[in-house]
Design a protein around this ligand. Structure first.
Ligand SMILES: NC(=O)c1ccc[n+]([C@@H]2O[C@H](COP(=O)([O-])OP(=O)(O)OC[C@H]3O[C@@H](n4cnc5c(N)ncnc54)[C@H](OP(=O)(O)O)[C@@H]3O)[C@@H](O)[C@H]2O)c1
Length: 324
């Protein structure tokens, strides 16, 4: 592939939103040691992509421009575990970017096989949203997804979004009762995902996060933003914990304070630590029909700006997919 050009979408500086994206022809990347060259079949956007463009992680990311944002899926010449032509799904590094392009590179240790029963689009959504929901419930919340654990009451906020829709489904594989929040238009959708009770976040009860059945939450997978600790606190069981996917400065301060004061109720920031074994587990669940990727919309790479706008708007139901 050396010297061959490909279509890619990049941005060259902070800010600009969808208008800051440029369609360019750039060389197909060359895989380094322990990397695969992937021909992308589908990729997905996550809020972190446009947040990095806004500069939220400045000065750490991007370390150099142009950055090619996006996340994964693919086929490609492999290293040891894969061979040319294998169908795979991979988590691409946020630091490197590269998902909004015809080809990308992935690390072998963050790449897993994709069986034919799982489409590229279904698989593409798993590496960030699926793994985050999985990590929050299992590592953060201690939920056993084989149902063998003690019964637990779970709250999932923004259950209609990319992470939330996986969190509801995964939680129901465990021994859990799930309360979920979403907008009125998505109540039936979230019930179909398996939620036991659903709150419209724009009603007083929804804004207060009060479980209709009076339950106190043992674990909160907090995918929404802007909800203060004072709203969570009265709704938690004595050892309840809130796993905060989007920690604000005040949230981090509350989290530190809770730890310093040995509070049994905890607010814990969560940062995805992607692991291939967990990605493999999620792919198998999709194959077995136990987990589904709900697709909000599909956009061609030539109209990546539309997907970018849609993600920034924050009203997706499920995942936004981009296809070459
Ligand atoms: N820490 C990590 O490693 C990590 C990993 C992945 C994601 N995240 C973060 O997690 C957050 C969620 O990500 P995502 O991909 O799930 O986002 P998303 O797909 O863009 O979420 C959109 C959905 O959220 C719903 N929503 C928005 N505000 C809500 C509220 N207050 N209550 C209930 N529902 C609400 C929207 O419903 P309506 O249209 O009805 O408003 C929409 O369906 C983002 O901030 C993201 O950056 C963090």
């Amino acid at each position: 592939m050396a010297g061959k050009l490909m279509h890619a979408v990049q941005y060259y500086g902070y800010g600009g939103g969808p208008a800051g994206l440029k369609h360019v022809e750039v060389p197909v990347p060359t895989p380094r040691k322990d990397e695969l060259l992937l021909k992308l079949e589908a990729t997905t956007l996550n809020p972190i992509d446009w947040k990095i463009q806004k500069g939220i992680l400045r000065p750490f990311l991007p370390r150099k421009f142009p950055h090619i944002p996006g996340e994964v899926v693919e086929v490609g010449p492999g290293v040891k575990s894969f061979k040319a032509g294998d169908k795979v799904v991979a988590k691409i590094s946020h630091a490197e970017g590269g998902g909004l392009a015809e080809f990308a590179v992935s690390k072998e240790n963050l790449t897993v096989s994709r069986p034919p029963q799982v489409s590229a689009a279904e698989a593409a959504a798993l590496p960030v949203s699926g793994l985050t929901a999985h990590q929050a419930l299992t590592q953060g919340g201690g939920i056993k997804l084989d149902g063998s654990g003690q019964q637990a009451n779970i709250l999932v906020t923004a259950a209609s979004g990319g992470v939330g829709h996986y969190a509801v489904q995964l939680a129901k594989l465990g021994n859990t009762h799930v309360t979920a929040t979403c907008g009125a238009r998505n109540i039936d959708f979230v019930k179909q995902l398996g939620a036991d009770e659903v709150l419209d976040y724009k009603t007083p009860e929804g804004a207060a996060l009060n479980s209709p059945s009076g339950r106190k939450y043992d674990v909160v997978v907090h995918c929404a933003t802007g909800i203060p600790w004072s709203t969570f606190e009265p709704n938690l069981s004595p050892n309840g914990k809130v796993l905060d996917l989007t920690p604000s400065p005040s949230g981090i301060a509350t989290s530190v304070l809770k730890r310093l004061t040995f509070s049994k109720k905890q607010l814990l920031p969560l940062l995805l630590n992607a692991k291939a074994e967990n990605l493999d587990y999620l792919v198998k669940l999709v194959k077995e029909g136990k987990l589904k990727t709900v697709i909000d919309s599909k956009h061609p790479l030539s109209k990546a700006e539309d997907a970018w706008s849609k993600s920034i708007d924050g009203h997706a139901t499920g995942k936004i997919i981009v296809e070459p």
